[in-house]
Design a protein around this ligand. Sequence first.
Ligand code: SF4
Ligand code: SF4
Ligand code: SF4
Length: 174
Amino acid sequence: MAARAPDPMRRALLRGKAQPSTVIRPPWALAEPEFLDACSRCNDCIDRCPEQVLAPGSGGYPVFDPLRGECTFCGECASACSTQALDRQAVRPPWHWIADISGDSCLAQRGVVCASCQDGCGERAIRFQPALGAVPTPIIDATRCTGCGACVGLCPTQAIALKNMPWKESSDAT
Ligand code: SF4
Ligand code: SF4
Ligand code: SF4
């Protein structure tokens, strides 16, 4: 097996000189330090993803880009991972990301009728709050949202981003 190229990001993280990344790793990724240690940057997960929503990120490590489309949680990426950096056998959810709407950018919250995000959500995690004499505005139901990212690319103003929810992680552990 070829020697792995030095990776400054991993070195900095292990020395405590860098914060764990806030990038979105593929589903079922190990916690960031363990992921960086295990991932060989082979790109097998990227190549296997039928939705083509994975791409090489900083240092060549794979990231999920919701602007490319939706993760269907098909598991192909994890099946392709020979190092178990993506570990689908672990009894835990694929990740803890959920959609988050920025009020400043959302058309509906600025008084313009729009429901593109709701149309794309197969989980029915986005509902619109009616208001007398005002345009209904979207609300994310955190208990239903899987963080699939389908709504992110559909929003015409890029008002939606995926946000990590550590509270979900701790509640899963109980
Ligand atoms: S679970 Fe499927 S759709 Fe999601 S990133 Fe992995 S291969 Fe792609
Ligand atoms: S698609 Fe974007 S702009 Fe439209 S209602 Fe949803 S979050 Fe707001
Ligand atoms: S991330 Fe997926 S499940 Fe969550 S609100 Fe957007 S489309 Fe719905």
